[in-house]
Ligand binder design. Structure first.
Ligand SMILES: CC(C)(COP(=O)(O)OP(=O)(O)OC[C@H]1O[C@@H](n2cnc3c(N)ncnc32)[C@H](O)[C@@H]1OP(=O)(O)O)[C@@H](O)C(=O)NCCC(=O)NCCSC(=O)C[C@](C)(O)C(=O)O
Ligand SMILES: [Mg+2]
Length: 365
């Protein structure tokens, strides 16, 4: 979707001298987007050693950074980007992203006008919070083009939108298609819950009250409403994540889960991440160092899944027709499902030597 721009203009730079927009968003592994506050000296000190251990390091400037620290966070990010080797830019093992302040805040403009000239060559993706509609992306798109032209950058900085308002969710397709810079979407469950007046006070994750209950057992044909009945907790975020996945797939960009605020509950965190992975998300956020390993594990296909996928690929020959494997029908469509897995495994193996070893050791029976 190109809004009011003609199809041919859509991939022309929005400022004279700005880099040419990409026609395809590179599929760079981004299983964990690890958040840190660049104004927090303890966190900042840990960043150099985290390069190579996580797919994305994100200097957060928005919520969770105190108002008094906004300038320090921005300046801290510039310093970290400049002095940290192998962070950001096209070739490093770890991408560098930032989350700028929201567009209605007093800080967003200074975030962009400071970061792009200072470290625009290292910043891979700028996350924009609380995106309401295509107009927010258009604003950032033009401004980035002007700043990139002025800074002489040769590669466009990509944009990622956080879906955290009801209007943003309603406009999700137009947001994804608003600019060739659009790289992906994340769920912002805390702001979204507040904006929708949902009644959960958690940052992502489930809620024990959101459930279905099994039918009452019958005694002599009469329902016993006093009997104990099992309940099953449901996923509050299923609808929104599914909408995000479709909107992103339609526009050739990438969906991500988002934050899981119960840092101590690593099991429920893993479940929430896995639901998102199964539904089509390519990654998630990590708020605490211990969530990185969970994300890396969940968003890398298992050895069993890759072994199965390769078997189907081998059995399907030219990719047409139907075959039986272990009592199950496989055909053109299930082959495509398997190829999604195999392709992802190849991309991950290219940056993760441990995974490469595991995938290489698979023998196709
Ligand atoms: C949760 C907190 C307060 C616990 O912080 P803590 O210090 O109490 O934890 P800890 O377990 O004691 O930390 C151990 C060590 O790890 C360090 N550490 C701890 N975290 C990190 C980190 N991220 N990166 C690097 N280092 C980290 C920490 O400084 C400490 O260092 P030390 O051993 O030298 O004392 C802390 O982890 C934190 O502030 N994390 C980031 C929070 C954040 O970015 N929130 C915003 C994203 S979620 C959001 O915005 C919502 C959304 C989308 O907008 C919407 O749904 O609407
Ligand atoms: Mg938020």
């Amino acid at each position: 979707m190109s809004g009011s721009r003609s199809a041919k203009d859509f991939f022309r730079p929005l400022a004279v001298g700005a880099p040419t927009p990409l026609t395809e968003i590179p599929a760079r592994p981004s299983r964990a987007i690890h958040f840190f506050d660049p104004s927090n000296p303890k966190m900042a000190a840990k960043i150099p050693d985290m390069v190579g251990t996580v797919d994305v390091l994100l200097g957060n400037l928005e919520d969770a950074v105190k108002a008094d620290n906004k300038v320090a966070a921005r300046e801290g990010l510039v310093e970290i980007a400049r002095k940290t080797a192998n962070l950001g830019g096209q070739s490093g093992p770890t991408q560098l992203w930032t989350r700028i302040n929201s567009l209605d805040s007093p800080w967003a403009l200074d975030d962009l006008t400071t970061l792009v000239p200072a470290i625009g060559d290292k910043l891979d993706v700028i996350m924009v919070p609380k995106v309401q509609g295509a107009e927010d992306i258009h604003y950032v798109d033009r401004l980035l083009a002007q700043l990139e032209a002025k800074a002489g950058l040769d590669r466009p900085i990509l944009v990622h939108a956080i879906l955290e308002t009801a209007r943003g969710v309603a406009n999700v397709e137009e947001i994804c298609g608003a600019s060739p810079r659009m790289q992906g979407l994340s769920l912002g469950p805390a702001d979204l819950a507040a904006d929708r007046r949902m009644k959960t006070t958690r940052v992502g994750g489930g809620h024990p009250g959101y459930l279905v209950r099994e039918d009452p057992p019958k005694e002599n044909g009469v329902a016993n409403l006093e009997a104990a009945r099992a309940t099953y907790q449901q996923d509050l975020w299923h609808y929104t994540i599914a909408r995000m996945v479709d909107a992103c797939a339609m526009h050739g960009i990438y969906p991500y889960y988002g934050p899981f605020g119960d840092i101590a509950d690593t099991t429920a965190c893993e479940d929430q991440f896995r639901n998102a992975f199964l539904l089509g998300c390519v990654g998630t956020w990590s708020l605490h160092p211990k969530q990185i390993a969970i994300a890396n594990r969940v968003f890398s296909p298992s050895v069993e899944d890759i072994a199965h996928a390769r078997r189907v690929v081998a059995a399907m020959g030219d990719g047409t027709g139907a075959v039986m494997l272990d009592g199950k029908m496989e055909d053109d469509a299930s082959l495509k499902q398997c190829l999604v897995m195999v392709k992802l495994a190849e991309q991950l193996a290219a940056i993760d030597p441990e995974l490469k070893k595991q995938y290489d050791a698979i023998e196709v029976a």
